[in-house]
Design a protein around this ligand. Sequence first.
Ligand code: 5RP
Length: 217
Amino acid sequence: MTQDELKQQVAKSALEYIKGLSIIGVGTGSTVNFFIDMLADYKADIEGAVSSSDATSELLKKIGIPVLELNDVGDIEVYVDGADEVDPRKKLIKGGGGALTREKIIAAASKKFVCIVDSSKCVDVLGKFPLPVEVIPMSRSYVAREMVKLGGQPVWRENYITDNGCEILDVHNLEITNPMELERTINDVTGVLTVGLFSHRAADVVLVGNGDKVDVM
Ligand code: 5RP
């Protein structure tokens, strides 16, 4: 199977988790885009979705699913989203698509976070994928220096502004052996809006598309 076929396979398996739900949370990225395509057949059941990005909102609206404000819906039963890396404890790196802040908010407000990935995203130790850190623009250089102190090599995602009007540093060369501590440490750096480590709020279920079958972690 190609990587896109694996993404389609795992996206399809997530439909099982939203059966009977009227409001769901929807993440961002190419794997989730396949899931959104498949939602077109489910729209009769779905009253609306809370979206993690402007790009996802547009796709949802295109297939006729109303986009709801998180402030208006309370806790969400199930949030479906992809990831850039997944470790065996279901801790994640996210934010390759730049939507990490809203993704983290929706994950926090959801009872169940169902993460959908193809098998290439599974690692033993997080950090090969550069860790995205969303920063308030005026703090970018300061935060970058702090990331160097932590042993990382920050690279400014140039010409990229997030949906929140902020900027992103992609921090390379971190071997994240203690994701809980690193998430806390980076959160504490002044100017950081969000770090794309999902360790304190990890996924509840990870579905991994392998080709032959979908593994459930
Ligand atoms: C966006 C994300 C995505 O979930 C992550 O980048 C995975 O994307 P894809 O499904 O395209 O591989 O965190 O901010």
